[in-house]
Write a new protein. Sequence first.
Length: 276
Amino acid sequence: MVWSYLVEIQVGKDHYPLDDESKMRIEADPDPLVRYCLLESQYAQFNPLLNNPDEFFNLPQEARLALVRRMVGGGNKVAALISHAVDHQLKKGIVSEIELFEILSDYMNKAEFKNHYKDDIENPSSDGWKEYDKGRDIDSLWRLVPQLPEVLSHILIENLPPGAGMSPGIPDDVLQGVSDRQLTTLLYRQDIELPEFRKRIFFEADKERSEVKYAAISHHFDFQYRELAEILAKPDQERMRILAELTGAGDLSLCLYAAIFDILSRSEKVLSHPIS
């Protein structure tokens, strides 16, 4: 089934509808990228194929990619498609992990996706339904992350905005349900703030989780003087280990950097010249 809704070609800034002969020539082209280009549209989220996962995944991969390639919005539908595929088509071998990766990559890794879900602080939208729709889409895509095979999840973690529209941000159950490798990818993103979550990861993770600890302190990490006092009250070996790790923090206040380096340098001097 080929969807013909809003079929068009673009020349410069003008749009011209395709005549029947041109459509037939395109649909008969031996190259699948040409043959399925009629499915490409920024309005593809209204294509009924996206409401039926079985029909969608019965299409050739080139047709699936054509449907999402130019699509603007529709994150909720894409999340439902991929979730269904993981539970059914992937297990049955109807679709592969690389095919799901290609679908997510073509949908998300483009300027149109980022622009659609970007919050415009200077020109906030007054369209409540649009903002609700954007928030629902991003929330659905974030909730997809723990369901995916880990190799697929990183395309979402790397590209999803932390929030959009009426979405308050990354759901807590998603943050709690992902692996350290997924958290590391997330926390190395400069646009992901989560200051309290970063702090909790750093102070609760043991030394075996060093990779995610360093990701946690890479951005948006700072703490209060009372928390420094709590660190200084710890046993010598633990205190020195934590302070050494904190020298790699990206956004500590300058006075805390100075205090940490002063403590570490004095400790080195004491160790180098022990009292007899």
